[in-house]
Ligand binder design. Structure first.
Ligand SMILES: [Mn+2]
Length: 355
């Protein structure tokens, strides 16, 4: 073997570019526009916009297409405390993700006007008041016409989101619910709304339609608690069935059952196997793997989602950050899903970091 010739070296040197001179014009245009408004290309240091994926912080949904909101709540958790630290951890891990979806090639910030609303502000310390606080925020965002992406917090936060959105849209939504648990348990000592009961309560309050609800990834020690799912006509697809029948089969079922009326997407990260996801309130073994969950999110495009959430990330149980890292990647998949859905049915604006 000999060294490369000068001619060969010239060929490769002609391909050398500056770090952010991208071949795709759309990508270059995005970085040029966003960087001029304070979006950092190097995400390791100080960020001018420290929101989810560096979205601009704005406390008002009017004019926005998608508002991401943190709900730092764990008072409704039956399991381990700590999910209240989820939103801030996901913001931090979100530095590693976006702005381009590597499967679709889409840039949510170019497709839509995306904001980070910040976290729901609490007006008292008790669960009922805090659920009302979440409800008020999502009612107001829903009334302003934007889609919402909630970051929990545990699954009780979804109750506040669905209550607000259901009232704003005057609708009972279909649901894609990915979770180890159906969360349809009965009241416990008179306590009705907690992170193990919210989908029963969402039906009983008229926020969701059980016959257009699909629960995917179900397994484990609490299976005996979910009779309401079966009685009310929800479709329950276990984690074993996902492995045995495949994601394509599950997606066919899910798309048909949810249909084209308005729908909501709820991802409890404990749907993922506990070997990937120990940083959660109720870890469960024998669960889904990260690629299956990503395929499920990618595969429901075309449905009429108006909101989504990701819940139960628990940084207190995630000492090496591997759960938060994965959760942030899935949160970006959910943002991408909502951006694609928004574009399909609405006129959208690009994200502006500075008004
Ligand atoms: Mn769960």
């Amino acid at each position: 073997m000999a060294r490369m010739t000068e001619e060969q070296l010239q060929k490769y040197r002609a391909m050398d570019r500056e770090a952010f001179e991208f071949a795709q014009p759309g990508v270059s245009a995005f970085f040029e526009r966003a960087a001029a408004q304070g979006y950092s290309l190097d995400t390791t240091g100080f960020l001018q916009h420290p929101g989810f994926f560096q979205a601009p912080h704005r406390r008002d949904g009017s004019g926005a297409d998608i508002a991401m909101v943190g709900s730092p709540l764990d008072l409704g958790a039956i399991g381990l405390a700590g999910a209240r630290h989820g939103p801030q951890a996901i913001r931090e891990w979100s530095r590693n993700y976006g702005p381009i979806n590597d499967t679709t090639g889409h840039i949510p910030f170019d497709q839509c006007s995306v904001i980070d609303y910040g976290d729901v502000e609490w007006s008292a310390t008790d669960l009922q008041t805090r659920l009302e606080d979440i409800y008020q925020v999502f009612l107001s965002l829903g009334q302003s016409g934007c889609f919402t992406l909630n970051c929990g917090g545990e699954h009780t936060t979804t109750f506040g989101c669905l209550k607000g959105l259901s009232e704003a849209h005057d609708d009972s939504f279909g649901v894609i619910h990915i979770d180890a648990h159906c969360d349809t348990m009965a009241s416990w000592g008179g306590d009705r709304v907690n992170d193990g009961s919210i989908f029963r309560q969402a039906v009983l309050h008229g926020f969701i339609d059980p016959e257009r609800t699909v629960q995917i990834g179900i397994r484990g020690r609490s299976n005996f608690l979910w009779e309401f799912s079966h009685d009310s006509g929800m479709t329950v697809i276990t984690a074993d069935e996902v492995f045995e029948k495949g994601v394509a089969y599950v997606l066919d079922q899910a798309r048909e059952i949810v249909g084209q009326d308005k729908a909501y997407f709820s991802l409890d990260v404990d749907a993922l196997d506990s070997s990937y996801m120990m940083g959660t309130t109720g870890p469960e073994p024998f669960g889904l793997n990260p690629r299956q969950v990503r395929e499920l999110i990618l595969g429901v495009r075309g449905l009429n989602f108006i909101g989504a959430d990701m819940v139960e990330t628990n940084p207190n149980r995630d000492p090496d950050g591997r759960s938060g890292h994965l959760a942030a990647a899935l949160f970006f998949e959910l943002l991408s899903l909502l951006a694609d859905c928004r574009r399909e049915r609405h006129d959208c604006q690009q994200t502006q970091w500075q008004l």
